[in-house]
Design a protein around this ligand. Structure first.
Ligand code: HSE
Length: 309
């Protein structure tokens, strides 16, 4: 049996315009790395966290280990594990950082202990881990991180996850301005109820986006990328929101929307050249508002987590 394992789990863009809480896709980079090593006894401990000073070393309060504990409890497995977490994106980035650690944790232990659990069986435990950081159940980061690709959560009760086909030439440019937005806070500012005309518009756009992805209709994708639930409120939390949108759209972007609960924003385009031009333009735009930022360019990552050396 293996003694230790190292897993990379990708960042994710959730909400994807009109898909609040029900859509997300995985990126190739950045992503978190979790290492798990078997130890004597049955204690789960965190040996080291790289890349963040704010995360808890208490295993039941850290998303990476909380997901592992949920899994081990559920299958009544007693084992000792020492875990190392490498955070490669900021907490509160809007890129599914806690989901990536949570998914990496359960994926690693499934492989390490040769449990042969399916991704659907791992999902609930990854969600149990992630709930610790966001305080709410939403699967639109965990599901695409775990399954890879573009994912639709058709229903939460029961969970119904559907992988959606997408155009091969879809590139994503992500801007991560160096500010932090807590998902729990960004959820509090949202209205509990939405007017019927907004519900209709949201359903129309969400359906349009799925249809556009499947039929590879870039113009339909572009027309559908409007959110009536979260973005109108949350844009106030991102000082560079307007200038970044203008710069992205002026440089060939199909859309420009908030990634998850922000502050990251993302644009689709149809060539690497466009994606690079957009990255440079939106980085400059954010800087013009006094915000330094990271940019990432990635196609949609269809694999999800992987074991690495
Ligand atoms: N759908 C969630 C939200 C994603 O927007 O609150 C958070 O990353």
């Amino acid at each position: 049996m293996m003694k230790k394992i190292k897993v990379f789990a990708p960042a994710t863009v959730s909400n994807v315009g009109p898909g609040f809480d029900i859509m997300g896709f995985a990126l190739n980079q950045p992503g978190d790395v979790v290492e798990a090593a078997l130890t004597k006894g049955n204690r789960i401990s965190i040996k080291k966290i790289y890349g963040s000073r704010d995360l808890s070393y208490n295993p039941s309060k850290n998303t990476a280990t909380a997901s592992i504990i949920s899994l081990l409890k559920s299958y009544k497995i007693r084992v000792g594990l020492e875990v190392v977490i490498r955070k490669n994106m900021g907490i509160g980035s809007g890129l599914g950082s806690s989901a990536a650690s949570s998914v990496a944790g359960v994926f690693a232990v499934n492989k390490l202990l040769n449990l042969k659990l399916s991704k659907s069986e791992l999902l609930v435990h990854a969600l149990n881990g992630e709930i610790i950081s966001s305080g709410s159940l939403h699967a639109d980061n965990v599901a695409p991180c775990l399954f890879g690709g573009f994912v639709l959560i058709r229903s939460y009760d029961p969970l119904d996850i559907i992988k959606i086909d997408y155009p091969e030439n879809l590139f994503c440019t992500v801007l991560y301005p160096q500010i932090e937005i807590k998902t729990s806070e960004a959820r509090k500012i949202l209205d509990k109820k939405i007017p019927r005309h907004n519900a209709i518009a949201q359903a129309g756009n969400a359906s349009g986006l799925i249809a556009g992805l499947i039929t590879k209709d870039i113009d339909l994708i572009s027309r559908s990328m409007k959110d009536y639930i979260a973005e109108p409120k949350r844009k106030e939390l991102i000082p560079c929101y307007d200038v970044v949108r203008i710069a992205a759209l002026a440089n060939g972007a199909i859309n420009c929307n908030i990634s998850g609960s922000g502050p990251s924003m993302f644009s689709f385009s149809t060539s690497l050249e466009d994606a690079e031009r957009i990255a440079s333009a939106i980085k400059d735009a954010a800087l013009s508002e006094g915000l330094r930022s990271e940019t990432y360019i990635s196609k949609i990552n269809n694999r999800g987590p992987v074991v690495i050396k």
